[in-house]
Design a protein around this ligand. Sequence first.
Ligand code: CO8
Length: 257
Amino acid sequence: MSYDILKTQINEGVALVTISRPKAMNALNTAFFDEMNSLLDELQSNDDIRVMVLTGDGKAFVAGADIAEMVGKDQAEGQAFSKYGQETFSRIESMTFPVIAAVNGFALGGGCELAMSCDFRIASSKAKFGQPEVNLGLIPGYAGTQRMARLIGKADAMYLLLTADMINADEALRLKLVQKVFEPEVLMEEVMKIAKNIANKGPKAVQKVKEVTHKGLNSDFQGGSDFEAEHFGSLFGEGSEGKEGMTAFLEKRKPNW
Ligand code: CO8
């Protein structure tokens, strides 16, 4: 597939994906979702990718679903557009490698939902977050109601969802909607440092941390713990990553993954 909206650069195991429709504040339209699904297929089948970073071009990370495209939809089309987005964001969430949102600017509506489908969020001090759907007579449609309440707790999520308040990066940090904030000039440099740091860890261990944590959150404590023990054990086989990591520690050398 040829990509008009998504620009990808791969370097040292990190796939940097930039959403680039700056004239429309990177608003999410059907073409975006088509491209993203195709790109996720490509990146998932590339064994060299250890981490994906998602960011936006220009003033916005993503300023929401594309209102100009949505306004013409009827009920069934609206529901289908919501489902397509939900499925795409679930795929981002369940990529085997971590996905980091580098939130460079506005992350509103579907943009905030997209950021929340990533494993964690690093923001520019100029970034702004919000779920302004109720201003438009809408509700979030890409599982934002579900993810936000799970990420920051029900009361803070309800406050943001009901008031449609736009919050700055410091407030997002206080609410733990984002994990770190950097000045805009150094945002990408700092995010790439974090991504490359993760890319140098045991690749199977990194994948398993993600898989076990996600699966555990969708099951009960004991089920999640059983799953953890099973995956912990799988890192101990002869020639396994765990054996190499522990041996390297004892031999005071770098592991050879
Ligand atoms: N959709 C389409 N176009 C957009 C969007 C958007 N979400 N956001 C901005 N644009 C366009 C503007 O229309 C404008 O286009 P033009 O130059 O042709 O007039 C251009 O981007 C630049 O925008 P502004 O001139 O408004 O730039 P400002 O710097 O003044 O303001 C803002 C930036 C604050 C980001 C402002 O553009 C804004 O408020 N945008 C809309 C934010 C919003 O309401 N987002 C939520 C959308 S609804 C949603 O995301 C629901 C998700 C679930 C959908 C489920 C499927 C059914």
